[in-house]
Design a protein around this ligand. Structure first.
Ligand code: SAM
Ligand code: SF4
Length: 326
């Protein structure tokens, strides 16, 4: 069954956040101090998250990505993923992680039925990586990437948030990972989530990223797969991995948006940058499957045409990506 929104866009992808907690503190995602954590009772229980995923698949969602915060820090995550993998009609189960716990957990994740991994990695230089993540250990993430492939995952997709003056000097190095390591790399424009003045300085437009790669490499367009979202994809001829550009700020990709989101406290969102949230708790406590399906469909139908971010500003309320799930 094909799920379409009021504008005719196919919606086949749910990003489901299981926690707002994280074992890193990336500068672009969270402030250094003063992040209010969700109260334990507000976080959805695994059976409630499973009910949401089942309802979403029953109305036409085909791909579910588990995200956070850092999903691998939540106790019991592997069993939860194994339950999701058994949902009939779910065609793709994916997980986003910062990679810190991947070396230890990759084999269990694979056995549980996770089909693909996205790993955040913003620098290949230890000091820069540690500064961006406020203390993260680059070697642990690289070891996690290696282990994931050893246990049978396809090469994880690497997500790099490009920040001018921080890691933009590494754009070519990351592009060349598609040749040397064979991972696909997605360059993400820095998005303003917390009202901070001067954020535009950090944001390197996608076109500039492409031009910098093109100074050394030919880039050919790549057809996108079944669940491809709003990235524009290219390949350096001969490279195993592809290069994707996500232009959330400089170019609106909203016409290609195929997703809805649910936060770990049960708020459904049709757009990352809209303040519209639909509370799903009234369908879960107590469980009313019909109402849950209807409410998810309403979120799809109410998806806005586009978000309101541009280099001149934005209108959404403050949030951290860890609260929504990116
Ligand atoms: N902890 C996991 C991780 O880091 O992959 C999953 C959650 S994280 C919030 C999901 C994605 O959001 C990551 O790829 C991260 O790079 C991205 N993200 C967070 N803040 C961002 C920002 N200000 N601009 C662009 N992307 C951002
Ligand atoms: Fe944690 Fe991921 Fe946010 Fe970094 S981007 S602070 S790893 S949730």
């Amino acid at each position: 069954m094909k799920l379409t929104d009021s504008l005719g866009r196919t919606i086949n992808y749910l990003r489901l956040s299981v926690t707002d907690r994280c074992n890193m503190r990336c500068s672009y995602c969270m402030p250094a101090h003063g992040v209010s954590k969700m109260c334990h009772d507000d976080i959805l229980r695994y059976e409630e998250l499973q009910q949401i995923a089942e309802a979403a698949v029953s109305i036409g969602i085909e791909k579910v990505r588990i995200t956070g915060g850092e999903p691998l820090v939540r106790a019991g995550i592997v069993d939860f993923l194994a339950g999701l993998a058994e949902i009939r009609g779910l065609r793709h189960l994916a997980l986003s992680t910062n990679g810190v716990l991947l070396k230890r957990m990759a084999a269990d994740l694979r056995t549980a039925g996770v089909q693909s991994l996205n790993v955040s990695l913003d620098s290949l230089k230890r000091e820069v990586f540690s500064a961006v993540t406020r203390g993260g250990d680059l070697d642990m993430v690289l070891a996690g990437l290696d282990t994931a492939e050893k246990v049978g995952f396809p090469a994880p997709k690497i997500n790099m948030v490009v920040m001018r003056g921080v890691n933009d000097a590494e754009i070519l190095d990351f592009a060349e990972l598609t040749i040397s390591r064979g991972n696909s790399v997605r360059f993400i424009e820095y998005m303003p989530v917390i009202k901070e003045s001067g954020w535009q300085h950090y944001c390197v437009p996608g076109e500039e990223i492409l031009q910098r790669i093109a100074t050394r490499h030919l880039l050919v367009n790549v057809d996108k797969g079944a669940f491809a979202g709003p990235s524009r994809d290219f390949r350096i001829p001969g490279a195993r991995g592809t290069i994707g550009i996500i232009t959330a700020v400089s170019g609106h990709f909203c016409g290609e948006c195929n997703r809805i989101r649910v936060t770990s406290d049960g708020k459904g969102k049709g757009c990352l940058f809209s303040d519209e949230k639909t509370d799903l708790l009234h369908c879960l406590r107590p469980l009313d499957r019909l109402k849950l399906r209807r409410t998810l469909r309403d979120i799809v139908m109410a998806k806005p045409e586009r978000h309101n971010i541009s280099f001149t500003g934005y209108e959404h309320e403050n949030f951290t990506m860890a609260q929504i799930g990116g």
